[in-house]
Design a protein around this ligand. Structure first.
Ligand code: ADP
Ligand code: MG
Length: 311
């Protein structure tokens, strides 16, 4: 076989769009026994589409949402739920936010930049919009703000069971609806997981997304339910990798986002998806230029070829 790699400056560039940041990486990769994948943007395309807008009915006694003058406004409908969510998200750069804003603009709803905005990492956003004090995010965001997410429980579970990311929308302390986005699994993800398993490697999924959505995606790609770490906060992803390594595992972490950068650094080998953020790429030992999880197999195979050459 031809030599696995050729030097390009300080970067070693292997064939077929896999970039190695140092000469020692292939050798280091030899001892990897666990491959940890970020879900969104890595196993999936990370291109979220808004699929559902659900109005959550409130008891009639609740009387609707009151405007400043105490006048009860027109009842909450889909346009209200999506318009409020999109206005709040218009100041966020999260992929979920983009999906919400795009769909609202497509439906020609009222989307105005909020006068106040706060990003709550791993949970959602809080903003003052034309619709009122608006919250968009997960159950924890609602509970932390004194809003009971229970009236939406059945809808949340249904959407999450479909592998969608469902987000609660509240306006002026009232839960008004749920919006959900769908993402699609990358074509090669399932095959990649299966070959890693065949090679005796442990495969783990790490995500900030909720348990049910994560489980649905894990099932689709063939990752064991016990190997899913869901609802991991952005700042805790590196700790999750650390925990695995403390248990004696040699971890290859594969990710794409800003959130993933500390985990990529912590892992024995960090692998970034090439279309991911600059921060992720800077933190990684290896970059997959083609955004194809199957290229993880190339790294593993090349490292084994290196071993046989040394022998
Ligand atoms: P991931 O690991 O998938 O990139 P994050 O850590 O960014 O996820 O977010 C975790 C969860 O927090 C999301 O699944 C979503 O429920 C909620 N969330 C985060 N950011 C937003 C946002 N801008 N709008 C609504 N919900 C959000
Ligand atoms: Mg991601």
């Amino acid at each position: 076989a031809t030599p696995a790699a050729t030097m390009v400056g300080s970067t070693i560039s292997a064939t077929n769009g896999v970039l190695f940041k140092g000469a020692d990486i292939l050798e280091k990769a030899r001892s990897v026994d666990t491959v940890v994948f970020d879900k969104t943007g890595t196993l999936t395309h990370g291109e979220m589409e808004l699929t559902d807008v659900v109005v959550i009915d409130r008891p009639a006694t609740d009387g609707g949402i009151e405007s400043d003058g105490g006048v009860v406004e027109a009842s909450v409908d889909e346009a209200f739920v999506l318009g409020a969510a999109a206005s709040a998200e218009s100041s966020s750069e999260h992929p979920l936010a983009e999906a919400i804003v795009d769909e609202a603009r497509e439906r020609e709803l009222d989307v105005a930049n909020p006068s106040e905005f706060e990003n709550v990492p791993g949970h959602g956003v809080r903003a003052t919009t034309e619709y009122g004090e608006t919250l968009v995010g997960n159950r924890k965001l609602m509970v932390d703000n004194g809003i009971d997410p229970k009236p939406a429980a059945a809808e949340m579970e249904r959407l999450e069971g479909e592998g969608k990311t469902a987000m609660l929308v509240a306006v002026d302390t009232h839960l008004v609806g749920v919006v959900a986005t769908a993402d699609t699994v990358r074509e090669s993800a399932k095959q990649t997981v299966s070959e890693l398993h065949e090679r005796g490697l442990e495969v783990v999924m790490l995500t900030g997304d909720n348990e049910r959505t994560a489980a649905a995606v894990a099932k689709e790609v063939g990752i064991d339910p016990n190997s899913v770490r869901a609802e991991v906060l952005p700042e805790d992803k590196a700790d999750a990798v650390d925990d695995l390594q403390a248990d004696g595992n040699r971890v290859m972490m594969v990710g794409d986002g800003v959130n993933d950068a500390p985990a990529l650094t912590t892992a024995h080998i960090g692998v970034a998806i090439g279309s991911g953020t600059d921060v992720a790429i800077e933190s990684a030992d290896v970059t997959l230029m083609r955004d194809d999880p199957a290229d993880v197999l190339k790294v593993i195979r090349l490292s084994e070829a290196t071993l046989s050459k040394i022998r």
